[in-house]
Design a protein. Structure first.
Length: 156
């Protein structure tokens, strides 16, 4: 059996890592986003530019910037709001003060659920691509690098 599996591997050229299911926007992230984020980042939320012009007003109405499509969401990962998803969803393991990002709480009702959904987001963003850096350096935190950006996967 094992020998058969190995032979199959050779024949099909499938390598071990691709046995793992690919995390995609359509299959995994979109449903999770709809459940956990849509209430405040959906169709009736302002686009980032408008949000920033009137941040106080929108925050008071519990509206964050709109990210209800694939294209809008990845703008909070790659550019222009580089690393925003990572900074806000991180559980504190990658932040300077070991404090979770302020959207981490919305990932689930229990820590188990939050960790599971964080892992899903991380896997979707890409292996070793979970970087909290911004486009430009801020304080002691350096700017994102091209090598970091190259690791971003965010499969549709
Ligand atoms: C109860 C409402 C609410 C929910 C639910 C919510 N958010 Fe937010 N979010 C906000 C508000 C309000 C802001 C703007 C204030 C701030 O920056 O903290 C924000 C800001 C953000 C930002 C920062 C955007 C920027 O301008 O840099 C990101 C990224 C984000 N949210 C992602 C998410 C994700 C992903 C989820 C789901 C897991 C989520 N949020 C769930 C209300 C919410």
């Amino acid at each position: 059996m094992l020998r058969f599996a190995l032979a199959l591997l050779l024949v099909t050229g499938v390598s071990a890592p691709s046995w793992a299911q690919d995390i995609t926007y359509r299959k995994h992230i979109r449903p999770l986003w709809t459940q956990k984020c849509a209430a405040c980042h959906g169709v009736d939320a302002p686009y980032l530019g408008e949000f920033m012009e009137n941040q106080k007003k929108f925050e008071a109405a519990l509206k964050g910037p709109r990210m209800d499509s694939y294209a809008d969401l990845i703008a909070f990962i790659g550019w222009p709001d580089t690393g925003a998803i990572m900074r806000r969803l991180d559980d504190g393991k990658n932040t300077a003060e070991r404090k979770p990002g302020n959207m981490y709480q919305y990932l689930g009702a229990t820590d188990t659920e939050r960790q599971k959904n964080l892992a899903l987001f991380k896997e979707w963003v890409g292996k070793d691509a979970w970087k909290l850096n911004r486009w430009e350096a801020r304080g002691k935190v350096p700017a994102i690098t091209k090598a970091d950006l190259d690791r971003i996967q965010v499969k549709y």
